[in-house]
Design a protein around this ligand. Structure first.
Ligand SMILES: Cc1cc2nc3c(=O)[nH]c(=O)nc-3n(C[C@H](O)[C@H](O)[C@H](O)COP(=O)(O)OP(=O)(O)OC[C@H]3O[C@@H](n4cnc5c(N)ncnc54)[C@H](O)[C@@H]3O)c2cc1C
Ligand code: SF4
Length: 482
């Protein structure tokens, strides 16, 4: 009889997780499960499915090679959820106790909480490695306790657009699929043909070793320019100087501390790049995690602006004449990746100012990105991007007109719409939708001190101009709802 059965989830692929802390090879077993519910609760991008299943299979193999007993259930229609599969495995394995590291998502935690009752076996939910290990790191601090370079935050230096003749940016490291990954690609092609996105070419890292190589590649080739071009967007550059590491970080192939230590080890990189990058992982990512666990389950139900419009079909196809959106969505279909400013200021900004229902927007973000898990996707979409939480996460909505997009990207030069025009059929839709959003939500936002300039402009606006904005917006929103 097995003592402890340690269940490892698809986003817990690290030997350092707390459920393995007291693991004894001669008495304990590991169970890893691919289940239908997890693969289909959202229309996950096919590349994301391959990434997770292949990384799970590689991790199981790694553990087996170390002499650990791993029971692995491959994707199969009869295993539709964790509870069902675990229950059938428990009948065979007969464990005395089930041990699992606290999951990343609220939905999964609710399922785990029922196990004890259903299985009649004690279940221990242990803390996540990161929570356990969290302490105050002395990062980017000089010997006198002052921030390196004299400032705590270099955000203002990180707002450049890409110059016209900028050389090609080195692409992220591409990994060749091995036999396990090829097998998973074939299974996903057969079993999930209707899921979103291009399945091939598949080049993501699926092992710790490969993910480490991707980290080193980022540090060597792109980190130095990360800071200055963090907010830039360019049609031909899907990844720019971003790390493209979140998909590995979120399933345990890399750990936050490992990334930060490696970045800090590298000499000769400007402090604004190092500070900017460390702030994303240590600051934003942890803040987002905190908001999720502090506010769920109520958080996902709020709709501060009472946004009711349906998600336009072009979010799934890229079939729109707005070049910025078309470009970001086509890139998402191909790569299962978009960087932060594309997510926030293009697809997200549009959803905000077009008044799209928060749950439909969240479902889209959860489906299409390889790094998407509810704990990190929801606060970013629902809170930061849509302000549907009424300001729990951010201090103001990130609404922007075409002017911002034109300043930070090269999308507008190839667009059917004219970014300089504010009204009429040829005007950039972001221009009138931006003002329409603030007119519509004036009562909820006009007291926000960070929006003082916006509302002082609205005060000066003629009634005729306001009606024109409203009419243009109405016409456009009807057009895209078909
Ligand atoms: C609408 C919207 C939805 C998002 N959904 C997700 C999601 O599902 N999963 C996800 O990991 N990130 C999400 N983000 C945050 C961010 O866009 C991605 O982490 C980032 O684009 C991943 O690419 P990268 O690894 O190249 O990041 P880089 O730009 O290289 O940044 C480095 C790392 O910092 C962390 N990071 C940066 N910003 C954030 C942030 N706001 N929240 C959490 N971590 C951050 C990531 O781990 C990232 O790998 C979302 C942002 C928005 C605006
Ligand atoms: S003109 Fe407007 S719609 Fe077209 S690319 Fe620029 S911001 Fe996007």
């Amino acid at each position: 009889m097995t003592n402890n059965l340690c269940v490892i989830l698809g986003d817990q692929l690290s030997s350092n997780i707390s459920s393995l802390k007291n693991f004894k090879k001669n008495q304990d077993k590991i169970l890893m499960m691919e289940v239908f519910n997890e693969a289909t609760y959202a229309n996950h991008h096919k590349k994301k499915l391959v990434l997770v299943f292949s990384a799970m299979r590689h991790f199981a193999k790694e553990l087996q090679e170390k002499g650990v007993s791993v029971t692995y259930s491959k994707i199969n229609k009869s295993q539709d959820n964790f509870t069902k599969e675990l229950s059938s495995q428990c009948k065979k394995i007969q464990p005395k106790r089930i041990v699992i590291t606290h999951p990343g998502e609220y939905r999964v935690l609710q399922e785990i909480k029922k196990w004890e009752k259903v299985l009649k076996i004690p279940v221990s939910i242990v803390e996540s490695f990161y929570q356990m290990m969290r302490k105050k790191y002395q990062i980017l601090i000089d010997n006198n306790g002052k921030p390196k370079g004299g400032k705590w935050n270099y955000d203002i230096k990180n707002r450049k657009s890409l110059p016209k003749n900028h050389p090609d940016v080195p692409k992220p490291l591409q990994h060749k699929p091995d036999d396990i990954t090829k097998q998973v690609i074939a299974e996903v092609k057969k079993k999930f043909p209707k899921h979103f996105g291009d399945l091939e070419p598949f080049w993501f890292a699926v092992t710790h070793e490969q993910a480490k190589k991707s980290l080193n590649d980022f540090i060597k080739n792109r980190l130095s320019m990360f800071g200055p071009y963090e907010d830039a967007m360019a049609q031909e550059e899907s990844f720019l100087y971003h790390s493209v590491l979140s998909m590995y970080l979120n399933i345990g192939l890399l750990e936050p501390k490992q990334i930060i230590n490696k970045v800090l080890e590298k000499d000769g990189i400007k402090v604004e790049s190092v500070e900017g990058f460390v702030r994303q992982i240590l600051g934003w990512r942890e803040y987002i995690r905190g908001i999720y666990w502090y506010t769920m389950p109520k958080y996902s139900k709020t709709n501060y602006f009472d946004a009711k419009n349906k998600l336009p079909k072009f979010y799934w196809t890229g079939n729109t004449e707005m070049n910025c959106i078309k470009n970001c969505i086509e890139q998402t279909i191909k790569e299962s990746y978009a960087h932060h400013i594309q997510r926030l200021m293009i697809t997200g900004n549009f959803a905000l100012i077009a008044g799209i229902k928060p749950e439909e927007v969240c479902e889209w973000y959860l489906s299409v990105y390889a790094d998407a898990y509810e704990w990190v996707e929801l606060p970013n979409t629902h809170g930061m991007t849509l302000y549907a939480d009424g300001g729990v996460l951010g201090s103001k909505p990130y609404a922007a007109s075409g002017n911002y997009i034109n300043k930070m990207s090269d999308y507008c030069k190839d667009c059917k719409y004219d970014v300089k025009q504010k009204e009429g059929d040829d005007a950039c839709p972001f221009n009138y939708l931006y003002w329409n959003f603030f007119l519509k939500n004036q009562k909820k936002l006009e007291k926000n001190p960070r929006l003082w300039t916006v509302f002082s402009n609205i005060k000066k606006m003629s009634q005729e101009k306001k009606s024109q904005i409203r009419n243009n917006s109405k016409k456009f929103l009807i057009q895209i709802s078909k």
